[in-house]
Design a protein around this ligand. Sequence first.
Ligand code: HEM
Length: 318
Amino acid sequence: MPPLTCPSAPRPERYGRPPTPTRQPLPNTSRVDNERDNERENERPLEPGIERDFSDNMSYGDYLRLDLLLSAQQPQSKPPQHDELLFIVQHQTSELWLKLLVHELRSARALLRADDLSPALKRLARVKHVQHVLTDQWSVLATMTPSEYALIRPFLATSSGFQSAQYREVEFLLGNKSADMVKVFSHDPAARAELETLLHEPSLYDEFLAYLDRRGYDVPASVLERDVSQPHRLVPQLVDTFASVYAAPEQHWGVYETCEELVDVEDNFQEWRFRHLQVVQRTIGHKTGTGGSSGVDFLRRALDLTFFPELYEVRTRL
Ligand code: HEM
């Protein structure tokens, strides 16, 4: 009879020790695969080819001039206020994106002037993405409460986004011209000269209307010869022209598509204005602005401005 054993007792080593698994050589392993084998858990060893010495080579920071960029955040508050860095970064990033908008809009305008419609539309597609980034980032600044802003406000003195030259460049490029705005930049001759030039140049919309004329669309001579330093004002005859485009999109596809792109750009611009207004309202209520305006009431009136009035008017006709 076999001896009785407890079921939980260790089993006799009847089969000996299990064989130690031997590592099978990996077929055709590359250098990178072998390095991966040697990786320790949750670590990523640097590959031998990765550049480490930038004494004679250009680095990331060199190319991007991060020495300049990252030393440009100079909080003014005394004692230092935690939220001032957010306030500065939000404005500075906005200015960087505005710089790209100016670049893309100038290019789109030049391409339209050269009858190069497709690349111009490509530029506008990028413009629209940048506008979305600018609008989305309002939610970051909205985390600053009125009490937190009140601690910074005295140090802003008379500075205000109202004095953003690049914002005015974008407005001028889209057609919202104002000689009075140029005067705000008398303290900055370079910005003033840039705006003065843009004031007297045709806007993106002026170039689009000239393009339409060259393509045989009905564009009144008064539009083509207008004083481009003035904001564009609604021309009923142009609404008729656009009505014929919207009545048969398939026959006018390029023009029809451009019209819709321009409406997208204006829509996006208005969204930015509206989000700015909302953030201003939740931050300072109905107090006056650091730039001296009535604040929210002044900003709300900008929502009535339009770059491409005929493209909105035509919708009522369809
Ligand atoms: C809590 C943050 C902010 C407050 C309380 C605020 C407040 C104001 C106010 C009251 C105005 C009217 C002009 C004045 O009297 O100052 C204004 C204009 C303006 N602000 Fe801001 N702002 C804020 C953030 C920003 C940011 C992040 C930008 C980004 C660049 C910006 C850009 C502008 C521009 C372009 C205008 C001119 C708008 C127009 O002419 O219609 N603001 N702001």
